[in-house]
Design a binder for this molecule. Structure first.
Ligand code: 5AD
Ligand code: SF4
Length: 473
């Protein structure tokens, strides 16, 4: 369900829905809220904002939708199969609602704008549809549904960053947390639906970001991941002084300074925007993790141009060289799309050779799926046959498997500093946690260490995704 990567774009705002005045006579104390999230980390982070807004109204969260008064599904539109999964899940919720007519079912997030009328009117699957910038309106919208109406607000905003809202951490291990630092995206990658679902790019003020990191640290958290569709274009300017401004490298540094015991990660970087200043900040602070997610999408310059990625093959390779030069230990991951409009066999080979060049630690790989309303859907023919897209995807995945293995085997014999997150999924006799480079590490439990602590682990063996070892003396 979780896909930890984030694309980007820009948007055209249009007011939809209606803001209602909160009916203060309504008492929500003890009403139960269930939120299920799909898609990228940003979407999961948004669900925590939603839980916070509703907890202020008296709602409490529950992990069981069968006992919930309000059931939300926070949706993703990035690929067609994400939408299919959500539709199937909504049908299951409808079955539950048939037995409990008072239960409210709502769709949040990226599918809201595009599918609002379909869900509300045609298929009658839901009572409420709310877009990613309208969560503050949820208490009003829920009141409206309580009063017997359907409710919708898919208004996108140029300002909303939810900066003042302290997220309620859902499904938290109490050790790692996401902090949203910006919303929306102003790039124009032709395949991407995000501009239409998440709107224009805006950066959250750095003071509230650092405070959130500090509060998390004080509450025992030891790792934060700064989230944005394109973190390298983070830019905040003080409203009263043009001179005070903060870029992403400076923000990273501010968060790193909260404590040397707080690990800092970030996602997603855009190859056109990542600067040497960011790389030097990473090199300078031990607690900024040496791991960069740098989606390449394709290794071929013509395809990159058709995708409107605004960099070419050589530019991307130069960025990789800069990373290797400034942070030699840095792990690099990527996103790849196979079978984009008009991609030839030769052009696909360029993606494979890019993989050979970088030997990514991790990759998220997809075959192209046309999204309605995107520039690619409007301008280009989705002309690579499905079986060719899939075969190319299999080739990309097979090569990544080799590189993943190569990268984990490189760590065997090394000592990794691991932040213990808890017991391993497979056995309570083992702890698991992440290394600096973001590898999952598994090792036998020791009474001397608890989750939330750092421990040095000697890596003895590895699979393509996991390092296995023992505590180093
Ligand atoms: N088809 C396939 N993959 C896509 N992605 C974004 N849009 C599409 C699409 N239309 C992938 C990109 C992006 C990741 C989050 O999802 O690789 O980086
Ligand atoms: Fe995240 Fe929305 Fe993009 Fe899906 S469509 S990856 S939920 S921003």
């Amino acid at each position: 369900m979780l896909e930890l990567n984030i694309p980007s774009k820009e948007h055209d705002e249009s007011r939809q829905g209606e803001a209602l005045v909160l009916d203060s006579s309504k008492n929500n104390d003890g009403r139960k809220l269930y939120v299920e999230s799909y898609g990228c980390a940003m979407n999961f982070s948004d669900s925590e904002i939603v839980a916070s807004i509703l907890s202020e109204e008296g709602f409490i969260t529950t992990p069981d939708f069968n006992e919930a008064d309000v059931v939300f599904i926070n949706t993703c539109s990035i690929r067609e199969n994400a939408e299919t999964r959500v539709r199937n899940r909504l049908k299951e919720f409808s079955a539950s609602k048939a037995k409990r007519p008072d239960m409210i079912v709502g769709v949040l997030g990226c599918m809201a704008e595009r599918l609002k009328s379909k869900f509300l009117e045609e298929e009658k699957l839901v009572d409420l549809v709310v877009g990613p910038d309208a969560y503050r309106d949820l208490p009003n919208l829920i009141n409206k549904v309580d009063d017997g109406s359907k409710a919708v607000n898919v208004l996108l905003s140029r300002e909303e960053t939810y900066a003042d809202i302290s997220p309620v951490r859902l499904n938290s291990n109490g050790i790692t947390a996401f902090i949203s630092i910006m919303r929306g995206c102003d790039n124009m990658c032709s395949f991407c639906v995000v501009p239409f679902t998440r709107g224009r790019e805006r950066s959250r003020d750095p003071f509230s970001i650092v405070k959130e990191a500090q509060d998390l640290f004080d509450a025992g958290y030891r790792e934060v991941t700064l989230l944005g569709q394109n973190v390298d274009s983070y830019k905040w300017k003080s409203a009263d002084s043009e001179e005070i401004s903060v870029n992403f490298a400076q923000l990273l540094e501010k968060v790193a300074l909260v404590s040397p015991d707080l690990r800092v990660r970030f996602s997603t970087s855009h190859p056109k925007d990542i600067t040497d200043e960011v790389l030097y900040a990473m090199a300078k602070y031990e607690n900024i993790c040496k791991y960069i997610h740098l989606p390449v999408q394709s290794g071929n310059t013509r395809i990159l141009e058709v995708m409107n990625r605004t960099y070419d093959r050589e530019w991307y390779m130069e960025k990789i060289n800069s990373i290797r030069r400034i942070i030699p230990e840095c792990a690099i991951s990527t996103d790849i799309i196979t079978g984009f409009c008009s991609e030839t066999e030769e052009e696909h080979q360029d993606t494979l050779s890019m993989q050979e060049f970088v030997k990514y630690e991790f990759a998220y790989m997809f075959s192209y799926s046309e999204r309605p309303g995107t520039p690619a859907a409007k301008k280009f023919k989705d002309d690579v046959p499905e079986d060719v897209k899939k075969r190319r995807l299999e080739e990309v995945i097979a090569l990544q498997q080799i590189h993943g293995n190569y990268r984990t085997q490189q760590r065997v014999g090394k000592v990794e500093k691991v932040l213990i997150e808890g017991f391993s999924k497979k056995s309570k006799a083992d702890y698991c946690g992440r290394s600096d480079q973001n590898f999952m590490v598994v090792f036998p439990v020791s009474d001397e260490y608890k989750p939330g602590q750092y421990v040095n682990v000697l890596i003895e063996r590895a699979t393509s995704a996991t390092l296995i070892g023992k505590i180093a003396q």
